[in-house]
Ligand binder design. Structure first.
Ligand SMILES: NC(=O)c1ccc[n+]([C@@H]2O[C@H](COP(=O)([O-])OP(=O)(O)OC[C@H]3O[C@@H](n4cnc5c(N)ncnc54)[C@H](O)[C@@H]3O)[C@@H](O)[C@H]2O)c1
Length: 347
């Protein structure tokens, strides 16, 4: 049988190879470089194709497709969100994605994106924090100590210099797991028994809880002036984390307003509620934090461009390494019109 041509072969990064790549690069370096890659794409935000992700909702979760293109490369991610999964021994969020050449339409990378989503979400929160938090922010309150939490914490250490994390989860076992994973990583870890205790003295608060309903993890009276909040767990219709009063008191920064309006904390607010698009802060078109007393809120729901940045980063990083396998994914007959002949000759 004929061997597939090189055009038929698409590099595939498995979970095993993604983990090897992270160790090869170094976790903090990976997160810093990825945050820089996401930042580069936020700076050129207007050139991307943009649309709210395409969701398929069920009673227990959501499955979504997230496409975008910069005119040279096209990318999409398949991702789910099933808060009940964790109690069944499954991940709340899993994903995989693909990058393709716009000129030919041929894929150039196929990758796992469960680990990569945690990395890119953490890198994005860190990038937003770098632009919005008070300079010299040192203490993070991390509420929701599940799969995303260590990545979020380490990205904030690597990119923003956070040196202390105060952890809280309704499940103390999650907090103990997170504390043990973060031990020895150059960050002081404090396990807390309530969200109030966790946010005491915090410069930055990240909420990454999972529940398929409108929660109020933070209420207005809990949050002091000057704090920066990354609210990343509210990312679906009817799934929010903050009381509307604290959302109203904060200055809100969003990724893609059309998607955030449906999925983010913004869904709770009146249509004329003010917000700033984060990309405008990053490329200098808009002001971020105005003073030390302001509460800034990154209403992060996760946008396709962040996954595109992550896929492109991995595509560059695997060059010259062993951290991928070639998959025979594209039928590529010698005569492009003889697909049938190619199939018949394979008998
Ligand atoms: N914005 C984004 O780009 C993005 C990306 C990935 C995941 N997410 C979302 O982030 C959230 C966390 O994801 P994960 O993979 O870590 O989920 P996970 O299920 O592994 O962890 C969630 C944790 O939240 C805790 N929790 C639930 N309700 C809580 C409450 N009221 N107070 C404190 N803790 C509470 C749970 O006990 C659990 O430990 C999910 O909602 C997910 O959909 C968002």
């Amino acid at each position: 049988m004929n061997q597939p041509s090189h055009l038929a072969l698409v590099p595939f990064v498995s979970v095993e190879n993604m983990m090897k790549l992270v160790h090869h690069v170094g976790l903090e370096t990976f997160l810093k470089e990825l945050a820089a890659e996401v930042e580069t794409d936020f700076k050129r935000w207007p050139i991307f194709d943009k649309a709210p992700r395409v969701p398929s909702h069920s009673d227990v979760g959501v499955i979504e497709l997230m496409p975008t293109s910069d005119g040279e490369l096209y990318g999409f991610k398949y991702v789910n969100g099933h808060p009940k999964n964790m109690k069944e021994g499954l991940q709340t969020v899993t994903g995989f994605g693909l990058l393709a050449n716009v000129n030919t339409g041929y894929p150039v990378l196929f990758s796992e994106m469960t680990v990569l989503t945690a990395l890119r979400t953490a890198a994005t929160s860190a990038m937003a924090t770098k632009h919005l938090a008070r300079p010299n922010s040192k203490t993070l309150a991390m509420i929701g100590n599940g799969a995303q939490s260590e990545f979020q914490t380490i990205a904030l250490k690597a990119v923003c210099g956070i040196d202390t994390v105060r952890l809280y989860d309704i499940d103390p076992a999650a907090t103990a797991k997170c504390a043990s994973n973060l031990a020895g990583r150059g960050i002081t870890v404090i396990q807390c028994k309530s969200p109030e205790e966790a946010i005491e003295g915090a410069d930055v608060i990240t909420t990454a809880t999972a529940d398929k309903e409108m929660q109020t993890i933070l209420t207005d009276n809990m949050v002091g002036n000057g704090v920066h909040i990354n609210a990343i767990g509210g990312d679906c219709p009817g799934k929010t984390e903050l009381h509307s009063d604290i959302v109203a008191r904060a200055s809100m920064f969003v990724e893609y307003p059309e998607q955030t309006r449906i999925e983010g904390e913004l869904q709770q607010m009146p249509l004329d509620h003010p917000f700033t698009e984060l990309w405008e802060v990053i490329n200098g078109k808009a002001t971020g934090r105005k003073d030390a007393a302001e509460i800034t809120l990154f209403d992060g729901v996760g946008f396709a461009i962040e996954d595109f940045s992550a896929l492109r980063y991995v595509h560059d990083k695997i060059k010259g390494t062993e951290f991928f396998k070639n998959l025979d994914m594209i039928a590529d007959p010698d005569d492009p019109r003889d697909l049938f002949g190619m199939v018949m000759r394979a008998k």
